[in-house]
Write a protein of this length. Structure first.
Length: 180
């Protein structure tokens, strides 16, 4: 029996194997870029609901936190990638934005995957260029809702789209939630 070519081996991979590879790639990507300790603080105890809407809920003091010096692990990361000193913050921001785009703005069936197509948009955003995300987000929402609507069993259907934008629109339109 002749040895199989690379293309034949690639075709014989199952979907589960591919998803596992993508998940490993995603976690490796996050571990590669995030050299800080991953810890979540306990949430504060819940208080009773307020009847008055707050004026603002985001950064009430308006302070901009300055970036601390890069750790030795982060410096080693930039040296490994041959990134010049003046580009470190932009590259780090682009990596963060690529992760953010794939996880929250344009999620896909492979939730933990970082799609290469987002790197260009993330690098443009990191360099300060204004990028409209409205059309890709609306397309993703439409595709997700269409998948659910055309499914023969919507309750068993798993569709991935940025539903938090739909919730925000409903809250704004029907005025059922506090403003952000």
């Amino acid at each position: 029996m002749a040895p199989r070519s690379r293309r034949q081996r690639r075709r014989s991979l199952t979907t589960a194997q591919i998803r596992g590879d993508v998940t490993r790639i995603s976690s490796a990507f996050q571990q590669f870029w995030s050299k800080k300790a991953i810890k979540y603080h306990l949430p504060p105890p819940r208080k009773e609901k307020k009847t008055v809407r707050p004026k603002s809920t985001h950064n009430p003091l308006g302070d901009i936190i300055t970036h601390k010096r890069w750790s030795t692990a982060e410096e080693a990361l930039f040296e490994k990638l041959c990134i010049e000193g003046n580009l470190k913050e932009e590259v780090y921001l682009a990596a963060y934005l690529a992760c953010w785009l794939c996880m929250f703005v344009l999620p896909d069936k492979d939730v933990n995957s970082i799609r290469p197509s987002t790197f260009k948009m993330a690098s443009m955003m990191a360099s300060g260029r204004r990028v409209s995300l409205a059309i890709p987000v609306l397309t993703s929402i439409y595709e997700g809702l269409n998948t659910i609507a055309t499914s023969s069993r919507p309750a068993r259907m798993s569709s991935y789209f940025p539903v938090h934008f739909v919730y925000a629109w409903l809250a704004y339109y029907f005025k059922t939630h506090y403003p952000i």
